[in-house]
Design a protein around this ligand. Structure first.
Ligand SMILES: *Cc1c(COP(=O)(O)O)cnc(C)c1O
Length: 427
């Protein structure tokens, strides 16, 4: 299987595009080699420029919960596009998607659509600051909340992949207002809020961390955070850009029974198109313009084509879909664990629903420190072994494998078999 056309495109891209890519992790820096350029996707599979077919566990970083080119998503998008794709004015689709989301996620009474997860978290923090009239934000090591300034220290995803402790271009003022604590450390939360709780506008967290691999919340961690925020008059922001509609219709907040004040969404609610959203309690959301003084706007926000993709995607989700996702994902988890057990490399698989985190580690992975101590070089070798066998994994050890409802038991079985071949070759 050649990859010459992808390589040639990457050379062209590198001359005119920074790093040859539109987002850093895509550049394969941590696994080595050069990125694939994709031409086609159907269900659980993608094809690259050279015509190679792969089973896809990136699924547009989790946005495609039904896999690629799902027929009713395509139909919705086609129908909407033919009648005009953008008005910069209200349209029916926004109302429908807003209703679908408010009905599913109980803490969201009112919502505002934006164009990305980054915009959602950035706006949610501005809103929390406007509501509380405080400056500080508490966040957690290895969580990723998009690329807005306040979130770019000790962050997950590309920041972890490229081993960047912070980003250049973020002012010392922003850094001073961000407090970063270890994920899953309830004690650290309690002492931080005791120390300066009356200055903290909000705590933001991925309720299931999905940008340092997958790290589920430890028992009591989210409760401690909820309590600390309530006691200090700070707002709790659940960044459910990944977990929203991924771990269930009600998101992680329903799964763990914790009610945040503000929720951010993205990925799945856009069905493969650029959409983000933030929503929450009515009294908080009413501060957003035009109802209130917290300004936030967008030329393409609520874009009807993107809304149509989101509507079609959410309408396909039900108890059966989640049951199926749970079964196939569990088979993947158990298959990988059993193969590693037989062949040798120490392997930890963290899984919540169809979020699967693979760490080459002999110890449990419960926070960012553990995730960084896992063998990322072994992950890189595993990535290439799998790629050569026709499996596309995230090109970074600090990302989540996403199973879609289009993945079949046969896809999973084939993946597990290949994992055995790849691990045997490595050992
Ligand atoms: C992907 C992601 C974001 C950022 O969303 P973009 O659409 O990439 O800007 C924010 N938070 C979490 C948890 C994410 O996974």
């Amino acid at each position: 299987m050649g990859r010459v056309k992808s390589a040639a495109l990457y050379r062209r891209a590198s001359k005119v595009m920074v790093g040859g890519v539109s987002s850093p992790v895509r550049a394969f820096k941590s696994v080595g080699g050069t990125p694939l350029f994709f031409t086609k996707g159907k269900g659980a599979h993608v094809w690259d420029e050279d015509g190679n077919r792969y089973t896809d566990y990136v699924c547009s970083w989790g946005a495609l919960i039904h896999g690629h080119a799902q027929p009713s998503v395509v139909r919705g998008v086609e129908r909407r596009t033919r009648k005009g794709s953008s008005f910069g004015a209200p349209s029916r689709e926004e109302v429908t998607l807003a209703e679908l989301i408010c009905r599913s996620v109980s803490s969201i009474e009112k919502i505002r659509f934006v164009n990305s997860g980054t915009e959602a978290t950035m706006s949610a923090l501005r809103l929390a600051r406007g509501f509380t009239k405080r400056a500080k934000v508490v966040k957690f090591e290895g969580c990723y909340h998009g690329h807005a300034d306040p979130f770019l220290t000790k962050a997950g995803s590309g920041m972890a992949t490229l081993d960047l402790p912070a980003s250049a271009g973020v002012t010392s003022g922003e850094i001073a207002d961000s407090v970063t604590l270890p994920f899953n450390d309830a004690g650290a939360v309690e002492s931080e809020f005791k120390k300066e709780g009356d200055e903290i506008a909000a705590a933001i967290v991925e309720p299931v961390a999905g940008n340092m691999g997958v790290v589920p919340p430890a028992k009591g961690f989210l409760d401690a955070l909820r309590r600390a925020c309530s006691d200090s008059g700070s707002l709790l922001i659940f960044d459910e850009v990944i977990t929203g509609f991924r771990v269930g219709m009600g998101g992680a907040q329903a799964l763990y029974g914790i009610k945040p004040d503000i929720t951010t969404l993205g990925k799945i609610i856009g069905g493969g198109f650029p959409v983000g959203a933030y929503g929450g309690r009515k009294d908080i959301m009413s501060l957003v313009s035009p109802e209130g003084p917290v300004y936030q706007a967008g030329t393409l926000s609520g874009n009807p084509v993107a809304m149509a993709a989101g509507i079609a995607t959410l309408r396909l989700l039900n108890v059966k879909t989640y049951g199926r996702l749970e079964r196939t994902s569990r088979d993947l988890e158990e298959g990988l664990v059993s193969v590693a057990g037989r062949i040798g490399p120490p392997l930890v698989v963290n899984r919540v629903g169809s979020m699967v985190g693979v760490f080459f580690s002999s110890r449990p992975v419960t926070n960012f420190k553990d995730a960084k101590e896992a063998d990322t070089k072994a992950y890189g070798r595993f990535f290439w072994g799998m790629l050569k066998g026709g499996i596309y994994l995230p090109p970074s050890a600090f990302e989540t494998l996403f199973v879609s409802s289009a993945h079949t038991s046969a896809d999973i079985a084939m993946t597990v078999n290949l994992a055995a071949v790849s691990m045997r070759r490595q050992s």
